[in-house]
Design a protein around this ligand. Structure first.
Ligand SMILES: NCc1[nH]cc(CCC(=O)O)c1CC(=O)O
Length: 297
């Protein structure tokens, strides 16, 4: 079986820019996270992130128009459901009623040059709020989880996503998603952006409020990495690269700068991503972080 591919990193002008020598910081270096709700005409304030909103697709198009005109090149979509039922299987992650599945055709039509990535995860759609399917005893069923994540990723790619971004941290998800895309003849048309090293953290609190995706019991310690675990983080990056990830995202966490530095050193050919939800509180925090990242790279 073919295990890696280059064409899936080349099918969009922004992807080609990400893979070109970065001589200056341009708008292509920024990716705007967007939370999308079921009600097409809604604009909903997120209480934990003042100044950041959840959007229905009609309102979203209005919000994005001036930003795209000013140079925005890429977005990352998160679906948020409140009326659609959540269940053990995360049925509404890829149903026709899913806000992301519905928004994709409208976005690609309105902004044909915009690069669109979709977060792929089960936590916003499962009744228990965990990022995978569970066994009867509450532990993760990895094999069933990665098969389900591959179905969801494929649904988003079929609806028009240029990038699928699995954020769950399950073993084997990159390979399983790549295989599903290849089988559907989308192997060279959709990229996989791996959340490769992601640390278990209560700093995701505001995000989980925004995405309505907090676990209803327990925590994510058995699938996200222990903060400070440099060895596991490095292995997570290696694992996802070996399975054919096109791009690597390294999440902020305690050993963040070390991991960035080591990933950059050990995998100089991979474009790296750092992503933070912005808004009033984190805008302050991200300035020193940005400076640190520049120093680290
Ligand atoms: N699995 C969902 C998901 N997708 C991206 C993030 C992180 C968002 C952030 O950077 O704040 C999370 C949160 C989590 O794992 O609970």
């Amino acid at each position: 079986m073919q295990s890696t591919s280059l064409h899936s990193s080349l099918h969009h002008s922004v992807l080609r820019e990400w893979n070109s020598p970065a001589q200056h910081i341009s708008p292509a270096a920024l990716m705007l996270p967007l939370f999308i709700v079921e009600d097409d005409n809604k604009k909903e304030e997120i209480s934990s992130m003042p100044g950041v909103y959840r959007w229905g697709v009609n309102k979203l198009l209005e919000y994005l128009k001036p930003l795209v005109e000013r140079g925005l090149r890429s977005v990352l979509l998160f679906g948020v459901v409140s009326s659609l039922p959540k269940d053990d299987f995360g049925t509404n992650a890829d149903s026709a009623a899913n806000p992301v599945v519905k928004a994709l055709p409208a976005l690609t039509k309105a902004f044909p040059e915009l690069l669109i990535a979709c977060d792929v995860c089960l936590c916003p759609y499962t009744s228990h709020g965990h990022c995978g399917l569970l066994n009867a005893d509450g532990t993760l069923d990895n094999d069933r989880s990665i098969a389900r994540l591959a179905e969801i990723a494929l649904a988003y790619a079929l609806a028009g996503a240029h990038i699928v971004a699995p954020s769950d941290m399950m073993d084997g998800r990159i390979g399983s998603i790549k295989e599903a895309l290849r089988k559907a003849k989308l192997g060279s048309k959709a990229s996989v952006l791996s959340y490769a090293a992601k640390f278990c953290s209560s700093f995701y609190g505001p995000f989980r409020d925004a995405a309505k995706s907090a676990p209803s019991f327990g925590d994510r310690k058995c699938y996200q990495l222990p903060p400070g675990s440099r060895g596991l983080a490095k292995r997570a990056v290696e694992r996802d690269i070996a399975e054919g990830a096109d791009f690597i995202m390294v999440k902020p966490g305690l050993p963040y700068l070390d991991i960035l530095y080591e990933t950059k050193t050990n995998f100089p050919s991979y474009p790296l991503f750092v992503y933070q939800v912005s808004g009033e509180p984190s805008r302050k925090a991200s300035r020193p972080l940005g400076e640190q990242v520049q120093t680290a790279l």
